[in-house]
Each structure stands twice: as structure tokens, then as C-alpha cells.
Design a protein around this ligand. Structure first.
Ligand code: NAP
Ligand code: GDD
Length: 359
């Protein structure tokens, strides 16, 4: 696995996910040799990497995939030894907050100890002196936030096994920075979405399901808490901030967000507007539901299965620091984000075979 002497090499864990695939594209455009870690699955699930491989010859960089798992220290060691990267982006994680309540131990292994394993592998290979490390930290750290909006100084109060695991990861990166001088940064990213978002995150679940309803392939979309507020941005822009963080003269931690917050309910309403589904809310509490006033059919219903034992009520980021030091700011608006997800899903739902989505 060799690269040209002047070519930078980046190792991306979780390259097969939403952010990993956009980051790989960005780094390939910049001429990097990208080494992405993937996991074996019983069904082939590389659809996000398809566009990258299709256009690989048009890009400057090159890409290799290696099998590695954050729960398997020897596989991480092999991957790092093969790549000997200049930059390491730890994007891989069990990233679903709701599911972390059902798999808390697995989530802690991959999202907390997985980070320790990577940092220790860096030390063992001498990469602590030469490579830069990006950790995918999260606005979930704020949890039951003490203030709105949240910035790099806002105290953390995690509210899920996922967030508690990510809290360990955040602090172990800071500790290795202080203790061993590792160039390690935490990107505290608020929710970011795209057509490549996994289908059991709420935005994609909404746009995909409403597209199915519009085309007569589904009757009702079932959701949990409609009142949660999130700061939703466009994933393709957020990976630019990841790269920028690793180009700074000294390592630091940054909040990346849009600064705007919207409820899940508002996201549903915006998606319905994009699809020309006239929506009216009826009922209260657990009986609340959304009706298509043109057909009289219930298109949105509540389902307690999607409520979490502890919820994060409101996330809204303050990007003053990232704007000043990285020159990063979001470009795609909330309306444009919903529109581009809806347009993608409408096109793809037409060709799909029925699938079962839970989460
Ligand atoms: P995603 O689409 O769920 O992708 C996660 C990736 O991690 C997938 O490729 C997955 O592999 C891989 N992965 C899962 N468990 C692993 C393990 N044990 N070892 C190695 N790889 C593993 O998530 P995303 O939205 O791109 O998020 C990327 C990162 O940012 C995650 O760490 C997430 O926690 C964090 N984050 C996300 C957001 C957001 O709003 N998207 C915000 C803040 C932070 P498979 O493809 O094989 O499943
Ligand atoms: N997934 C899901 N499914 N969420 C629902 C549903 C549903 O049917 N109904 C309501 N929600 C609410 C959740 O309770 C939550 O308040 C909100 O919608 C957003 O849920 P998700 O889209 O699952 O994302 P998240 O905010 O919990 O976590 C995402 O963002 C974090 C950054 O703040 C993930 O990408 C995490 O990995 C990331 O760290």
C-alpha cells in the first residue's frame, strides 16, 4: 500500500458511513491517498462508496479499503501499519443514540475504548509523533444542556450510553494531547444530514417515508418525540471543517453547527411542503397525528417504541470560534437541506423494493 512521496495519506475509520464517504471524496479531490476501514457484513452495504469508485479515475488521489474494527485492537494496528498515515480521521462509531440504550456495552467498546485502542496503536507505531488525529465528537455531549446555544465552554451532561461513551472519547483525546503531545482534535459536530444519511435517523426516516407515502408505497410514518429540537446542517460541508481542523498550527477543539434549531415537527412540515402534501395536526399527547387534508388519511402517527428513556430536548450550536479560527461557516439552509433530501428520496423510492426500517 504505497503512495507517492509527496502524497499525503489519510486513514478514515467508518469510511462506509455518511461522513466517511463525503470525507473520502473531499480528500481524494485534494490528492490524498485514502485508506478506509470497513467491516464485513452478511449483505453488501457499500452503496455510499459506489459514486466514489465510479469517479475514481477523475480524481487526483487513490483509495484502498482495509478490514478493521474499533473493537479489535490488532486489526487497528494492522490498518495503521499498512497505511502509516499523515492524518487519521476516527469517524467510525455505533452512531445511533436510541440503539445505544439497547446495546450499551457494544457502544462503549466501539465509541469509547475504540478511540483508546487507536491512540495506543498510534503510540506503538510512533505515529503519535508524526500523524494528526481527528475524533468525531458530538453535540450529544451537551445532553441536558445548561445553556442555549452551546459552545466549546458549555458544560457536558450526556443523556445516553452513546453520549457517555463519546464523553470518554473526548477526554481521552484531550488527555493524550496533554500527556504525550499528540496532535489530536475533537470536532464537536451538531447533527448533520444528507441524502446519504442512515435510514433510521429521524431526518432520513421522514424524507424517505414521506416520499414513499407520496408515491403510494407506504400509508403512515411512525415517529417518537416531535418536540425535540436539533441544529441540522449539511454533512458535505461538515467534513470540510474536519479537514480544516487538522490543518491548524496547533490542535484544538471546535463546535461545528448552523446556529439554527428546529423541532422534529418542523422538519416533518417542511418535508411535506416540499412534497406538496397538505398536512394538518390533530389530537394531543400520544394521540396526536398528522392528516393529509387532501386525502383525509393519517400520514403521521406517534409510536412509543421510538421514545428514548432519556431525551436531549434542545441542541443549538454557537460557531463563533470555528468561524474566527477556521473561517468555516454553513452555506446550505434548513429549507435547502430538506429539499435536497426529499428530491433524492423521491427519485430513489421509485426504483426501490420494499424495506423494513426500525429505529
Ligand atoms: P454512520 O453513517 O452511522 O457511519 C458510522 C460508520 O462507522 C459506518 O461506516 C460503520 O460501519 C462504522 N462502524 C460502526 N461500528 C464500527 C466499529 N465497531 N468499528 C469500525 N467501524 C464501525 O455515522 P455518521 O453520521 O457518518 O457519523 C460519523 C461519526 O460522527 C460517528 O462517530 C458519529 O458518532 C459522529 N457524529 C455524527 C453526527 C451526525 O449528525 N451525523 C454528529 C456528531 C457526531 P458499517 O457501515 O459497516 O456499519
Ligand atoms: N431516530 C429517530 N427515529 N429519532 C426520532 C424519531 C424516530 O422515529 N422520532 C423522533 N425522533 C427524535 C429523537 O428522539 C431525537 O430527539 C431526534 O429525533 C433526532 O434523532 P436522530 O435523528 O436519531 O439523531 P440524534 O440527535 O439522536 O443523534 C444524531 O446526532 C448526534 C449529534 O447531536 C446522531 O447522528 C449521533 O451520532 C450524533 O452524535
Amino acid at each position: 500500500m504505497s503512495s507517492h512521496p509527496s502524497q499525503k495519506t489519510a486513514l478514515i475509520t467508518g469510511v462506509n458511513g455518511q461522513d466517511g464517504s463525503y470525507l473520502a471524496e473531499l480528500l481524494l479531490e485534494k490528492g490524498y491517498h485514502v485508506v478506509g476501514t470497513v467491516r464485513r457484513a452478511s449483505t453488501f452495504n457499500r452503496w455510499r462508496l459506489d459514486p466514489i469508485y465510479r469517479n475514481l479515475e477523475d480524481r487526483h488521489g487513490k483509495m484502498d479499503l482495509v478490514y478493521a474494527d474499533l473493537n479489535d485492537a490488532s486489526s487497528l494496528m494492522h490498518a495503521l501499519r499498512q497505511a502509516m498515515p499523515d492524518e487519521i480521521y476516527n469517524i467510525g462509531a455505533q452512531s445511533h443514540v436510541g440503539i445505544s440504550f439497547e446495546t450499551p456495552e457494544y457502544t462503549a467498546e466501539s465509541d469509547a475504548l475504540g478511540v483508546l485502542r487507536l491512540l495506543e496503536a498510534m503510540r506503538a507505531l510512533g505515529l503519535d509523533k508524526t500523524a494528526r488525529f481527528y475524533q468525531a465528537s458530538t453535540s450529544e455531549l451537551y445532553g441536558n444542556a445548561k445553556e442555549v446555544p452551546q459552545n466549546e465552554q458549555t458544560p457536558f451532561h450526556p443523556r445516553s450510553p452513546y453520549a457517555v461513551a463519546k464523553l470518554y472519547a473526548y477526554w481521552i483525546v484531550r488527555n493524550y494531547r496533554d500527556a504525550y503531545g499528540i496532535y489530536g482534535v475533537n470536532g464537536i459536530l451538531f447533527n448533520h444530514e444528507s441524502p446519504r444519511r442512515g435510514e433510521n435517523f429521524v431526518t432520513k426516516k421522514i424524507t424517505r417515508s414521506l416520499a414513499r407515502i407520496k408515491l403510494g408505497k407506504l400509508d403512515t410514518l411512525r415517529l417518537g418525540n416531535l418536540d425535540a429540537k436539533r441544529d441540522w446542517g449539511y454533512a458535505k460541508e461538515y467534513v470540510e471543517a474536519m479537514w480544516q481542523m487538522l490543518q491548524q498550527p496547533t490542535p484544538d477543539d471546535y463546535v461545528i453547527a448552523t446556529g439554527e434549531t428546529h423541532t422534529v415537527r418542523e422538519f416533518v412540515e417542511e418535508a411535506c411542503r416540499c412534497l406538496d402534501i397538505p398536512l394538518a395536526w390533530h389530537g394531543t399527547g400520544a394521540d396526536e397525528h398528522g392528516v393529509d387534508t387532501r386525502t383525509g388519511k393519517t400520514v403521521i402517527a406517534l409510536d412509543p417504541r421510538y421514545l428514548r428513556p432519556t431525551e436531549v430536548d434542545v441542541l443549538q450550536g454557537d460557531i463563533t470560534k470555528a468561524q474566527a479560527q477556521l473561517g468555516w461557516k454553513p452555506r446550505v439552509t434548513f429549507h435547502e437541506l430538506v429539499r435536497l433530501m426529499v428530491d433524492y428520496d423521491l427519485k430513489h423510492v421509485e426504483q426501490e423494493t420494499p424495506v423494513f426500517i426500525d429505529g
